[in-house]
Unconditional design. Sequence first.
Length: 380
Amino acid sequence: MKTALIAPAVFDGLNLQGPAALLMDSETLVGIVAVDAIPSQYQCETLTSGMLAPGLLDLQANGGGGALLNNDPGLVTLKTMAEGHARKGVARILATVISDTRTVTEQAVEAAIVASADPHSGILGIHVEGPFFSNERNGVHHQDQLRKLETADWQWLERAATIPGIVTLAPEQVAVADIQRMASLGLRVSAGHTNAVFDEVNAAINAGLSGFTHLFNAMRPQTGREPGVVGAALASDESWCGVIADGIHVHPASLRLALKAKPKGKVYLVSDAMATIGSVDKQFRLYGEWISEVDGRLINAAGRLAGSAISLVDAVRYCCEHLQVPVDEAIAMASRYPAEYLGIDDRYGSLRPGRMADLTWFDDTLNVKGLWRAGRRLVL
């Protein structure tokens, strides 16, 4: 069906314009035109307020809708997660499986391969966060699930490379040649949960490491004589950094520093969301222990942070309200920039002709009013 969505404002991923009409033909975007230039064959729908923007993309979503990928790494869980994030205005997620047995990782990868083939699933691909991590920076990842890369892991790595994917690892735990091999497969290799020194990170960057997972968290900090992982991330103009902007994981001054240090477009927002997003249940089990939401934090029994309690739109709003990031830039940090990092910006992240018709509709205070995925309006 040919549809024209008329809105007071349209942010196409690069420029804010309006009033304007966004033209869609089934799953695909056709273009943006003036309201008086809508072709006669299009069925019009008028949105009387707010702004249309590219559908939000979350590259680090561990769970949603009451489900956690590690607990049941299958298609039903992925569907539940995508629905949970859709209720918060997120069009698509990179389903994230954290450090676990090889079997769990393999099952998560295979499920993501199937789900990502369906444009209406809301699943972009797979983010494998671990298990090649530092024991000193493991965070909530159980140490008994951390290990070195083994020959058998290349089977799931090669399968993960058939879809958009990120592998987060500690550079000091993986040989440079193996990082290079992962990158050559087409995977995005990202540093996280790492105690590496500056030179080790730079060697990994030279081998193909291209990103940093939840910058500032679970990584060696910067000091005057040892820049560490954080220093390497901020000094590298070519790499991308994912950040959790919730006022809990990172101090706002540190986020401002990252935005100043990195070239525009190289910092993108993630939620690191768990099962609670899009669910009324604020408790879940991970590694057999209860994780609870307390005062906006997800914590285990020891009080350690276990992912975040925010959705991606919460991060967008935080950037505008607390970091004074312009609205269009904050939305780009949750749509176009993650698409560019993942190498899928020819399909997602902007409202250009030929892209997937994924749209998030915001009101004037960045509350989500509607969501379209592959041209279909979803019930939130």
